[in-house]
Write a protein that binds this ligand. Sequence first.
Ligand code: FES
Length: 112
Amino acid sequence: MIGATSETLICALADIPDDEGLRVDLNGFPPLAVWRVGEQAYVTDDTCTHGQASLTADGMQNEFVIECGLHQGEFDIRDGSVRSPPCSKPLRVYATRVVDDQVYAVLQEEQG
Ligand code: FES
């Protein structure tokens, strides 16, 4: 569902592999990445802000930190903040919650 502020069902918590993340493609949105730490999920953009690298395909997750596979920049998936250069622009994160083992996020349509 495309909506400016409504919650969207992203996936089941069990669908997210440990320490890898899951890429989710939804119409009208940039590629998303869903990460799992314990029973909590985090939804971010999947594309690194430094270049055209997929964080789920090439990155490495170490709990709350994602290392991009291309140049080893790092982000914190809780708030998108940069943890290590060469990245300088934060990663977009989406308000996420888990209800009955289903992951929901508040998505915003991509701005032209
Ligand atoms: Fe991700 Fe360069 S593309 S650190």
